[in-house]
Design a protein around this ligand. Structure first.
Ligand code: FES
Ligand SMILES: [Fe+2]
Length: 397
């Protein structure tokens, strides 16, 4: 596998053992060549969620998406999702433009008219002659898995099995039964920050007392625990304050509690590379990160509830406010990375990567550890956490 285009010596401090490591070098956040590498090896080469399966199937039985730098054609035959390389087997024309959907009985290449079934098998190849054997020219199928209502695709077909990718995360997510929940709100943000800065920010609450007074009013920023279990994910839990039953501005839930889940915990997970999953007692929230450039990320935030919930605004208002507080901080860190990049010959470096290096409050605050590598990707990118110290008392609203 090709290593990331970053000088190995510049990565050395980021790859030190947990507790001693620093952030990645500035180039990891600002360099177009690094993003090209990530798109191929961390996105296309891994398992990436392309959306809610039910939503993807709306509007047609075919949909084209881009995973990392690879075009993927999704088909839905009677609702059953499949994924194929979005490439005609004749001369390589895309079967459907990225982002578009179609609803017709066959996949039809617009270049010379070859057609395929929704199962990928060749159906017709006009005027190719009687000796032409179309059976050898079916579409190339890619691994695709519906996991709790989200459709995951491995666009290069080289990742390890999906079960190994999610590992033990399923045991944390299953009680919330996201597959039974309904999307009630969806926000799309464009943030002027590298996608890794957004992911790193999600995994530390060291910043919460300073920029999230509303969050600290319902959840102590130094509460909770971290889990280190198999799978390409990191995460942990945080507690709700005594008066709060969920994450909302007044701590009250105006939805419906989910059966069989801990009513006092909120769980926060980052599933490598780009999915953030936040599990609340009464709703599930996800952020999907799509890098647009080294300096820009599209973030799709979605809220899932029990179907009978009619007004999700109590959760949406809370997290939209918190999201925007986070995006401002991430954009500032991105500007810092640019400054560090410009000053590196004078020795300016990005800072600490994890909080275990310094005293922390009983080891209980939410922290991040490096994501486990997938079998097909040697992770030379290893996002770290920032330095920790005792969190000040949260500011109450
Ligand atoms: S490239 Fe598709 S039919 Fe020729
Ligand atoms: Fe935050």
């Amino acid at each position: 596998m090709v290593s990331a285009p970053i000088d190995p010596p510049a990565l050395e401090s980021a790859l030190r053992p947990f507790g001693e490591s620093t952030m990645l070098p500035a180039s990891a956040y600002v360099d177009e060549h690094v993003l090209d590498w990530e798109r191929r090896h961390l996105f296309a080469g891994s398992w990436v969620p392309v959306g809610r399966t039910a939503a993807l199937a709306e509007g047609g039985n075919q949909r084209a998406v881009t995973v990392g730098d690879v075009g993927v054609l999704l088909t839905f035959d009677g609702g059953h999702p499949r994924a194929f390389a979005n490439v005609c087997r004749h001369r390589g024309h895309e079967l459907l433009p990225a982002g578009e959907a179609a609803d017709r009985p066959a996949v039809l290449c617009p270049y010379h008219g070859w057609s395929y079934g929704l199962d990928g098998r060749m159906r017709t190849a006009p005027r190719m002659g009687e000796t032409f054997d179309g059976r050898a020219y079916g579409l190339v199928e890619l691994p695709a898995v519906d996991w709790h209502g989200w459709l995951f695709v491995n666009a290069t077909g080289t990742a390890r099995p999906f079960a190994a990718h999610v590992g033990a995360l399923g045991a944390h997510v299953s009680p919330y039964r996201p597959e039974s929940l309904v999307s009630k709100a969806r926000h799309e943000y464009e943030v002027a920050a590298n996608w890794k800065i957004v992911a790193e920010n999600y995994h530390e609450c060291y910043h919460c007392p300073l920029i999230h007074p509303e969050l600290c009013a319902v959840s102590p920023p130094n509460s909770g625990s971290n889990w280190r279990e198999p799978g390409a994910w990191v995460g942990g839990s945080m507690d709700l304050r005594d008066h709060a039953s969920t994450m909302s501005l007044d701590g009250r839930s105006y939805g419906v509690a989910l059966d069989g889940v801990d009513p006092r915990l909120v769980r926060y997970f980052g599933l490598f590379p780009n999915m953030l999953i936040s599990l609340h007692p009464d709703y599930v929230m996800t952020h999907l990160l799509e890098p647009l450039s080294p300096h820009r990320t599209r973030i799709t935030c979605e809220w899932l509830f029990r179907d009978e919930v009619t007004d999700p605004s109590y959760a949406v208002e809370f997290w939209d406010l918190t999201n925007r507080q986070d995006w401002r901080a991430c954009e500032s860190v991105q500007r810092g990375a640019r400054t560090v990049g410009a000053q590196r010959e004078r020795g300016l470096r990005l800072g600490h990567a994890d909080r275990t290096r310094l005293p922390r409050p009983g080891g209980r605050a939410l922290l991040r550890r490096p994501p486990p590598s997938t079998s097909d990707v040697r992770l030379t990118h290893r996002p770290g956490t920032r330095a920790g110290r005792r969190d000040p008392e949260p500011t109450r609203r």
